[in-house]
Every structure is written in C-alpha cells, then in structure tokens.
Design a protein around this ligand. Structure first.
Ligand SMILES: *[C@@H]1O[C@H](CO)[C@@H](O)[C@H](O)[C@H]1NC(C)=O
Ligand SMILES: *[C@@H]1O[C@H](CO)[C@@H](O)[C@H](O)[C@H]1NC(C)=O
Ligand SMILES: *[C@@H]1O[C@H](CO)[C@@H](O)[C@H](O)[C@H]1NC(C)=O
Ligand SMILES: *[C@@H]1O[C@H](CO)[C@@H](O)[C@H](O)[C@H]1NC(C)=O
Ligand SMILES: *[C@@H]1O[C@H](CO)[C@@H](O)[C@H](O)[C@H]1NC(C)=O
Ligand SMILES: *[C@@H]1O[C@H](CO)[C@@H](O)[C@H](O)[C@H]1NC(C)=O
Length: 335
C-alpha cells in the first residue's frame, strides 16, 4: 500500500521543479544518476556512440542486448560507465554465466547487475525472444541464478508491457516453484510504449503483483506522437522516475537518429543530422537545444543503407495500447 501512495503523489504532482537554471542562465533539465543508455550501433554513423559519454553526460550505465561490452565503450571503467550484460534469448544461454564470470574474474570488470530475456513473450518477427516460461525457468536456474553467488544482482525477464507479459511472469515463477527452486530476481525491468498515465498504471500493476522489488524501466517511449506531446511525456516520466525511490534505473528508447526511428521521429534523441534534440539533451542533464527532429534524412547524409536500423528495429516491439482498464486503474490509485 505504501507504494501506491508514492505513485499517487507522483501522478498528481507534475513538474515544475524538473527544470533549473544553471550558472550560465540556460535552463538545464534535472540531473539524475539513474539514467542509462540503450546502446544501438550505427554502422553508418559510428561516432554517434560518443555523444552519450561526452563530459557532463548524466548517463551512468548501458546495455546493448548482449553479453559483452560495446567496443566503443570498452575502455570505460565500470565505475564510470557501467556495462550491464544481458542474456537475450534461449540460444544465447549456454555461455552466458561463464561469459559474465570471465568478465569479472579474468578481465577484472566489476559486473554488478545482469538483465535477462528480452521480451520473451514476444514473437521473433516482432523482436521478442519468444521463450516459453518453462524453458526460461530451467535456463534461469542453470545459467542465471548461480551468478548471485558472485554478488551479481539479477534482473527478472524483461517482458513486454502487455498483459501477455504479466501472464508470462506468473508462469515463469510457477515453473521455478515446480522445479523446487526459487528464482530470485533482485529487480524487475519494465518495457512501455504509450502515454504517461498508462506507464504509471503499469508500474503500479507490477508493484502490486511483485511487492518489495526494485523496478528498472529498461525501454520506454511515447511513440508516433507530436513533438510537444513527446517532450511532455519525456519530462513527466523522468521527473516521476527520479522521484520514486523504488525505481532504481531507467533507459529511454531513443538513442538513434530521427530519420531511422521506428517509433516516430519526435521520440528520437538525435536529429537526422546526429545532433541532440531537446529530449536527447535533457536526458543527459543538459538544456534544450532547439534542434528539431525530422523523419527525412539530411541532404548531406549518404544514401547507403544502415544495417543498424534493421538490427534495433527488430529488437523493439512492445507497443501497448492503453486500455480503458489501465487508464481507470490510475484513477483508482489516485482517489
Ligand atoms: C542471441 O541468439 C540469437 C539467435 O541465435 C542471435 O540472433 C542473436 O544475435 C544473439 N544475441 C546476442 C546478443 O548474442
Ligand atoms: C576511450 O577511447 C576513446 C577513443 O577510442 C577516447 O576518445 C576516450 O577518451 C577513451 N576513454 C577513456 C576513459 O580512456
Ligand atoms: C563494484 O561496484 C559496486 C557498486 O558500484 C561497489 O559497491 C563495489 O565496491 C565494487 N567492487 C569492486 C571490487 O570494485
Ligand atoms: C509452466 O510453463 C508453462 C508454459 O511454458 C505453462 O503452461 C504452465 O502453466 C507453467 N506452470 C506453472 C505452474 O505456472
Ligand atoms: C519488504 O522488505 C522488507 C525489508 O527487506 C521486509 O521487512 C518486509 O517483510 C518485506 N515485505 C514484503 C511484503 O515482502
Ligand atoms: C534515411 O537513411 C537511412 C539509411 O541511411 C534509411 O534506412 C532510412 O530509410 C532513410 N529514411 C528516409 C525517410 O529516407
């Protein structure tokens, strides 16, 4: 119940306070150490990867859907920019535990957390890892749970934001019990594509089902919306995540150019020319840039195809329409 009270306060008290004046007089977005990067490679624009780690960036951690650090960040220390390995799907499992152990023991990388199973309730063509809960439970027991002995904190499977995700979790934990093992995640990742009311309601639903667990929001955005709605969504949700203690980390799905965005140009953190948009700059703790994202490519960009857009385009797919029932749940919490 305590948790619902906190959620209510966050929903009813929107902004201001999120923006503050810095010494030079420009209005910076509130700073936060919870923010991380969803690293999406761009073979066409490899230098885009450096934007997120420039001096002053708020970002403290990243994941790349895989189990080994991204080349562009391989010389960054864990203390400076924490790599969080992910066990993406069932076919990636055999070497996962040994790979993470090797990062820690052979490479001296202080791996503190891992993420598991990207959208296992989603089908492969839509970017899900499509694993049945029984298989996932046995993989978890063999290849994930042992990592806790090394002090690594475990992320629950990162299901989609739809009802199929809630069902998948319940069957997953049911199968762990059947196998007479407790699967013990230390935190629960959430994916959400939709508006803020739906996002807050979904978090409430997860916290109600799994009390006392920390939440990481590891993919979220308002897709295909106007620029002003995308910006308000970004500000309201960041302010909410920063305020709620049990939301430990979050990573916005938008670290790509607007011209290759599969969730609409206005959600992107980079313009078609690779400059930070307002949202992109706010996410790093900076001031609005006034750079307006467009779905068209810039005139000077090469026309060769960028394979990276295919890569990440396939990975993201958890669009959830906000139903009347979830919207209603917000008001139930609030009154
Ligand atoms: C995981 O396995 C799938 C299927 O074999 C493969 O396509 C994908 O690249 C792997 N992902 C990682 C991050 O290793
Ligand atoms: C890592 O390497 C890049 C170039 O490859 C360099 O620009 C950067 O300063 C290096 N960072 C650290 C922390 O050594
Ligand atoms: C690893 O990182 C954690 C969290 O930042 C820190 O508490 C711990 O002391 C670090 N361990 C080592 C061996 O550096
Ligand atoms: C175990 O998972 C399967 C699907 O893989 C599901 O049909 C079954 O209901 C689950 N068992 C429990 C006890 O949740
Ligand atoms: C929540 O965690 C606290 C501290 O770890 C514990 O005392 C309490 O019993 C837990 N509550 C539930 C419902 O698990
Ligand atoms: C922009 O270029 C990228 C690759 O360079 C391509 O994938 C994308 O479809 C282009 N977008 C438009 C709107 O032409």
């Amino acid at each position: 119940m305590q948790l619902f009270v906190a959620a209510t306060i966050a929903i009813s008290a929107c902004l201001p306070g999120a923006l503050s004046l810095d010494v030079s007089g420009s209005t910076k977005f509130q700073s936060s150490s919870k923010r991380g990067l969803i690293y999406i490679s761009s073979s066409e624009h490899p230098s885009d990867s450096q934007i997120w780690v420039e001096a002053g960036s708020d970002l403290t951690w990243y994941y790349n859907y895989g189990s080994t650090p991204t080349d562009a960040y391989s010389n960054r220390s864990q203390a400076n920019f924490k790599f969080i390995p992910m066990l993406w799907g069932s076919s990636n499992s055999s070497s996962f535990a040994s790979g993470v152990k090797s990062l820690i023991q052979d490479q001296g990388r202080n791996i503190t957390h891992v993420l598991t199973f990207n959208e296992p309730d989603g089908s492969t063509p839509t970017g899900g890892s499509d694993i049945d809960p029984a298989t996932a439970a046995s993989i978890w027991i063999d290849d994930v749970e042992p990592l806790s002995e090394l002090g690594v904190k475990l992320g629950a499977p990162a299901v989609t934001g739809s009802n199929s995700g809630m069902t998948w979790w319940s069957e997953f934990f049911g199968n762990c019990s059947l196998l007479k093992t407790n699967c013990t995640p230390d935190f629960i990742p959430i994916h959400w594509y939709g508006d803020f009311a739906g996002l807050a309601s979904h978090i409430g639903q997860v916290v109600e089902a799994y009390p006392n667990t920390s939440i990481w929001v590891t993919e979220y955005a308002l897709q295909d919306a106007s620029l002003s709605d995308s910006q308000s969504f970004f500000q309201t949700s960041a302010e909410y995540f920063d305020r709620i203690d049990y939301i430990e980390r979050y990573s916005y799905f938008g670290s790509f150019r607007s011209s290759v965005s599969n969730i609409g140009p206005n959600a992107a953190m980079l313009t078609q020319d690779g400059k930070l948009t307002d949202i992109g700059s706010w996410y790093l703790g900076g001031a609005a840039t006034g750079n307006v994202p467009s779905s068209s490519n810039s005139s000077d960009s090469s026309s060769s195809s960028d394979s990276s857009s295919i890569l990440w385009g396939g990975r993201r797919h958890s669009v959830k329409a906000v139903t009347a029932a979830t919207a209603l749940a917000v008001f139930v919490f609030a009154f």
